[in-house]
Design a binder for this molecule. Structure first.
Ligand SMILES: [Zn+2]
Ligand SMILES: [Zn+2]
Length: 144
């Protein structure tokens, strides 16, 4: 996600009126590294704007996605997570705490095998147990 004013300008171009709720949503997402779901963003926004509806949140996320200001991570069938960092990077998903962490390592894929297609984007997900959860497990074992 780029500078807030630029994002606002793009949203206006896309025909969206800029309400305080929408502006607050952009602020929540900006520099957010936690990869929140639409529901998490909705809960956060509701603290300040109790009247906001889930469809408002969902709609603006869709527009932000369309204009390329956020990326949608589709790691499970029924949940999408949103990432304001649109630079190429990968993700690690913890199956214990549900945390999604950024992985900035560069994995050189053998793209020659898919080069007959025009590849625009790719995402890699790693699944497992994060370092924090591993430490907790190790700590629990140490105590017994
Ligand atoms: Zn974890
Ligand atoms: Zn990310």
């Amino acid at each position: 996600m780029r500078d807030e004013n630029l994002v606002v300008a793009r949203l206006k171009e896309a025909g969206l009126k800029l309400t305080p709720q929408r502006l607050a949503l952009i602020k929540i997402l900006k520099n957010n590294k936690s990869h929140p779901s639409a529901h998490m963003i909705y809960q956060e926004l509701k603290k300040k704007y109790p009247m906001v509806s889930f469809s408002t949140v969902y709609n603006i996320l869709n527009v932000l996605k369309k204009i390329g200001e956020i990326k949608e991570l589709t790691t499970s069938e029924n949940k999408a997570y949103y990432d304001p960092n649109t630079k190429p990077h990968h993700h690690f998903l913890c199956e214990k705490c549900g945390q999604i962490q950024d992985i900035f390592q560069d994995f050189r894929l053998r793209t020659e095998k898919i080069s007959i297609h025009q590849v625009k984007d790719h995402q890699i997900y790693f699944f497992g147990i994060c370092f924090d959860c591993l430490k907790k497990v190790a700590g629990a074992k140490g105590q017994s």
